[in-house]
Design a protein around this ligand. Sequence first.
Ligand code: TRP
Ligand code: SF4
Length: 519
Amino acid sequence: MGRRRVLSGMRPTGKLHLGNYMGALYNWVKLQDEYECYFFIADYHALTTDYEDPSRLLTNIFEIAVDFLAAGLDPSKSTIFVQSHVPQHAELNLLFGMFTPLSWLERVPTYKDQQEQLRDKDLATYGFLGYPLLQSADILIYQPEFVPVGQDQVAHVELTREVARKFNQLYSPRHLVTGADKMATEEIDPQRKILPEPEVLLTPSPKLPGIDGRKMSKSYGNSILLSEHPESVIEKMSRMSNGGQRNPQTEPGEPDICPVGDMHALFSEKDVNEYVRTGCRTAAILCSECKAMAANSINLRLAPIRQRREQLEDSPAQVWEILEAGAKRAAARAELTMQQVRDAMGLSRVRRPVADERLASRSGLDYSAPHDLSGHADWWNIPDPLVRARTLREKWLHGIVPSEIALSRDSDQVYVTRKGKRVYVSSSLEGREDGWHFEAVVKSYELMVLLCWDSTYLLHDFVIPQAAFVGPWSLLKKVYKKEKLPFWVERSENRFLLKLPNAEPIDITMYRGQYRPMN
Ligand code: TRP
Ligand code: SF4
C-alpha cells in the first residue's frame, strides 16, 4: 500500500501574506513527508468570482506558484499543479451536476455570505452557485483520505461527503448480503465503493493579526506578504498596533493582548519571546524595541523563503515546467477515477468483449484499467535492469494477476498456467521517443504478457494471446534464430500498438488486463 493521500487547493488571488502562510501553506509543507500530497492552484474557482476581468489570472497563478515553491512545497515529494490543466476536474463537476439537488448548493453557508460580501460583483451565476460542487469534484477525483483545510472550508468538505454518498448510492457496485432472516438484500459493496468519503484534516490556523490589529486580510490592506522586502517588514512592524497599551511607555503592558505579542509567539525563538514578554510586563523595554525585534524574527523566518524565491523568479520557465509535470501526474491519477466514474455512469469508451465484461463485473476487478504504481516510483531508478525487471514481475505476479489464476514458474520469464499454457512475461519502462522497448528470444508461447510502465507511474498490463502475433512471430523466428528479437509498444492517442520488425502494427489495447485466457 502506498502512503495515505491528501489533497488541498488555494485560489490564486495574488501574492500570499503571512496569514495565508501560517493558515495553510506552512501545514502543507509539513504534510509532504507523511502523505502522498496533491496541491493545486484553483484557477477555475478564481473565475467564479472574477469572471469579468481575467487579465491578472495568469500572473496570479505564477505568483502563487512561486509562493508555494519558495515556502517549501517540493515537486519531488508532492504533485503541484494548476486545476484547469487537469480538465478531468471540469468533467467530474459536470457529471456531479446531474444528480446534485439545487437545494444542497443553495444552503451552503458561504453561498449567501460571499454574495453579501462581494456586493460589487454579480454573483447570481450558475458557476458561483456551483463553486462548492466544483470543489467536491476537485477533491473526489483523487479519492483522498484527507483534505487539509481551515475552518472556513469545512462546509465544503461536508458537501463533498454528501455528494460522494449519493454517487455511491446511485452508481457503486452492489453485492448481495444475507441477513439474519436469510433474506438477501442488495447493498453497496464496501470493498468497491468508487468514491470514498474524505475527512477534513483541520489544520491549525493560529490567530495572525495584521498591522492594524485586525485579522490579517488582503481586503483590509493590513498584511505582510510572504514576498515582503526586509526593510518593508521593519517599516510595517514599526507601525503595528500594540492594542492601545503602555501609554505612556513607562507603564507595563500585557503581550497576550497585543498583536505584536502574537507575532512574537508565532515567529520568535523561545528566548526572544520570553525576553519581550517579561520586558513588556515590567516596562523594561519600549514598544519600538519590541516591534523591531518582532520584525527581525519575521525576517529570519522569511530569509530562506526569499532566497528560493529569487532563484525561482529568475527562471519562470522552470516554474511552468514544474506545474506542467505536476499536471501530467495529476491527470494520470484523475483519469483512473474518471474511468471508474464513466464506466459506472454508462459513459465508458473502451469496448470490451461482452464475455470479459461479465467476468470483470463478477470478479469485481476492473480489468481494463492500468495499475497505479506511483507508490513504487523508486523502482524506476533501480540501476540494474535485470533486478528492476524481476521486481516488476514479482509485483505483477503477486499484486496484479487475479488471485484465482494459478501460475507456476518455468524459467526466469516464463510461467505455466494450470492448463499448461506457456506465458512469456516481459516488462519495460517508457522511453523518450518510441514508447516501450522489449527484447525476446523468439520461441513459442501461448500467451505474451507485456508490462508497460509509463512515466506517470501507471503500469499497463497486456495479456496477448498467441493468435494475435503468431503470423509475424513465426516469420521472424527464422530470421532471428538465436539472436534476441527487438520490438516495441507505442501509444498513440488512447491506443497501444505492438510493433514487430517489418510487420504491420498490432493494436493490443483490448488485451489490457484480459486475464481470462489464463484461467
Ligand atoms: N475553496 C478553497 C478556498 O477558497 C479552494 C479550493 C478549491 C479547495 N478546491 C479545493 C480547497 C479543494 C481544498 C480542496 O480556499
Ligand atoms: Fe506589545 Fe511589545 Fe509593546 Fe508589550 S512591549 S505592548 S508586546 S509592542
